[in-house]
Design a protein around this ligand. Structure first.
Ligand code: 4NP
Length: 152
């Protein structure tokens, strides 16, 4: 089974959106059994006393409008042990890439890529926590995940 971890800073906006969009597209293609898909944060900002925050409200609403439920998804922090478990770490921006390599160690650097590289783009998925442009984040993530699925 091929294992993919999506990563962003807080794991309440971009990476859960990527995880849930990816699972939705795989399900629609009848391929969900071939993959383990998850998401995690590089920061512990959204985990309190070991309990992760749910998906951020505006992201949840946007995904629900596409028929995608966020039920059960809670923020979690990327750990060094994830480096052995997962085959691919898909980051939203350059700072995520730097932090993921720091957490996992350089031996796993080859598994670490930016999501938009799968759409043939060099840019970042801008953080909607700061930009407030949730639709732009969704559109970027959708393009990246569609490109990814063509390669799998
Ligand atoms: P995300 O956005 O990395 O796309 O989940 C953020 C959400 C929350 C925070 C930072 C980024 N925060 O600092 O709480």
């Amino acid at each position: 089974m091929y294992k993919i971890m999506f990563v962003c800073l807080g794991n309440i906006c971009r990476s859960p959106m990527a995880e849930l969009v990816c699972k939705d597209l795989l399900k629609k293609a009848g391929r969900e059994g071939e993959f383990l898909i998850s998401s995690a944060a590089t920061s512990s900002e959204n985990v309190y006393n070991g309990v992760g925050a749910p998906v951020y409200g505006p992201i949840k609403s946007l995904l629900e409008s596409k028929g995608i439920s966020c039920a059960g998804k809670r923020a979690q922090v990327l750990t060094q042990a994830d480096g052995e478990k997962y085959d691919l770490f898909l980051c939203m921006d350059e700072s995520n890439v730097r932090n993921v390599k720091r957490i996992l160690g350089e031996q796993h650097a080859g598994k670490c890529k930016k999501l938009l590289s799968y759409a043939g783009e060099s840019g970042d998925v801008a953080d909607p926590w700061y930009t407030r442009d949730f639709q732009k984040a969704y559109d970027d993530i959708y393009r990246g995940v569609q490109g990814l699925l063509k390669t799998l």
